[in-house]
Design a protein around this ligand. Sequence first.
Ligand code: BGC
Length: 261
Amino acid sequence: MTSGNTGFGVDIGGSGIKGARVDLDTGEFIGERIKIPTPQPATPDAVADIVADLLDRAGWTGPVGITVPSVVQDQIARTAANIDPSWIGTDCAALFSGRLAVGGVPREVAVLNDADAAGLAEATYGDPRAGEGAVLLLTFGTGIGSALLVNGTLYPNTELGHLTFAGTGSDPVDAEHWASSAVKDREDLSYRRWAGRVDRVLEEYRRILNPQRILVGGGVSRKFEKWGPHLTVGVEVIPAALRNRAGIVGAAGAVRDGIRP
Ligand code: BGC
């Protein structure tokens, strides 16, 4: 069970709830990652039941870090773009510490935004450039998640995937409704065409934030060699190192470090 610097992180996504033990010295998983399909509707109670099941399967009774695809302030979910709207206003700490109690004792939990967790993990365990200076991490998946870091310290809940953007039609769109990897799949865009959209989104972020570099994560970062070369944005863009481990690892680190946005 808990030994030395071992933690546990859970990443709640639109299609799967994933969790693993994490070696907090190295940022590596210890043993298998467990994945359970996200219940539909993904209400807070239904999700908490799955997280309890996942921890039972893993035999983990220690502190747990948990990510949600929402703005989290004072442990309260404030938005729900890609999850059930009933999350808005939910006290996530109360929900999970109660549902995951061990022998009647509330569980120690930390709940944070999924991209924020990924950013913290990359800054701590990833490419050393992720922890230096002003860095923007973006995750491309169902949506576009963002984490803004200065020398590894997080400015939480930036939600840049919702920056309104000109897009291709006549009406402005959220960046994530135009350039997420889900949109790439849905519209069957080639890497080159999709990269053109990503390029324009990155250029907008560069224009207003001027980060020293942008890290790109999410499943599609594994194929970075197919689309990275098409980017022309005037800032260094590098693929995130932890890929889809980042949310789980960042969550596990957050509960150890007492990071509760
Ligand atoms: C949500 C963010 C989340 C991102 C990636 C967006 O739709 O608003 O909170 O980080 O998706 O999951």
